[in-house]
Write a protein that binds this ligand. Structure first.
Ligand SMILES: Nc1ncnc2c1ncn2[C@@H]1O[C@H](COP(=O)(O)OS(=O)(=O)O)[C@@H](OP(=O)(O)O)[C@H]1O
Ligand SMILES: Nc1ncnc2c1ncn2[C@@H]1O[C@H](COP(=O)(O)OP(=O)(O)O)[C@@H](O)[C@H]1O
Length: 204
């Protein structure tokens, strides 16, 4: 692909910086990237965490794969290529939110290491926190919150992650939340402890 200069595209400066916006919000901005199987608990934990952060005065927004796929990503299927594009677009949207001073929780299966690595690469090094929402396929299927695993077994859904498409586990995530061992509250507590004590969300 041609570079931006060859395409006659020139970056425009902003008179207000990300650092200015973080001062206004009184906290750092960060991309919390949740990855895990369908039914592992991404959306449930994202929502509970969002409530807890909101109560503490943190500006937070969820980018949920299921929701994005009904709007901005409605043209994308579950092929390997379209999942790649889904992750790319979501990461770029998340980057804008982080630039705006907001804590973003992306909740997408994001099954491929390379796509997650590409997402990480567009952020500053300390701005991208990969959270592996870990759960066995067996437990996810037992939960089956949307009845999708049943449909897979009936042959009604193809290219389903964990069946006819792979899930590549993160090798070095900043955090792993094992939802087959932790309750929802314990999972959220672990994230809050990380964000306020280790990450220093409020320490500008
Ligand atoms: N074939 C197939 N494979 C996986 N998931 C499927 C599929 N078809 C539909 N769904 C539903 O779509 C949700 C996953 O969308 P994502 O955008 O998170 O997927 S991906 O990151 O692009 O892999 C996923 O949501 P979650 O269950 O919340 O993970 C499913 O509800
Ligand atoms: N520790 C936990 N964390 C998150 N969800 C859990 C946990 N334990 C059980 N669950 C249940 O698992 C299901 C997860 O569904 P969901 O959040 O939609 O997953 P995903 O977004 O990963 O597809 C919910 O029914 C939730 O109540």
């Amino acid at each position: 692909m041609e570079n931006n200069r060859e395409r006659n595209i020139i970056s425009q400066p902003s008179s207000i910086s990300k650092a200015d916006r973080q001062i206004l919000h009184r906290h750092k901005s960060v991309m919390l990237w949740f990855t895990g199987l369908s039914g592992s608990g991404k959306s449930t934990i994202a929502n509970k965490l969002q409530n807890e952060l909101y109560k503490r005065g943190i500006s937070v927004y969820i980018l949920d794969g299921d929701n994005l796929r009904q709007g901005i990503n409605k043209n994308l299927s579950f092929s390997v290529e379209d999942r790649k594009e889904n992750i790319r677009v979501t990461a770029e949207i998340g980057k804008l939110f982080v630039d705006a001073g907001i804590v973003v929780i992306a909740a997408l299966i994001s099954p491929f290491k390379e796509d997650r690595q590409n997402a990480r690469a567009i952020f500053d090094p300390d701005e991208f926190v990969e959270v592996y929402v870990k759960c066995t396929l067996e437990e996810c299927e037992n939960r089956d919150p949307k009845g999708l695993y049943k449909k897979v077994r009936n042959g009604e859904i193809q290219k389903f992650t964990g069946f006819d498409q792979p899930y590549e586990q993160p090798s070095n995530p900043e955090l792993t939340i094992d939802t087959s061992k932790l309750s929802v509250d314990q999972s959220v507590e672990k994230l809050l402890t990380y964000l306020f004590n280790s990450y220093g969300l409020k320490q500008l």
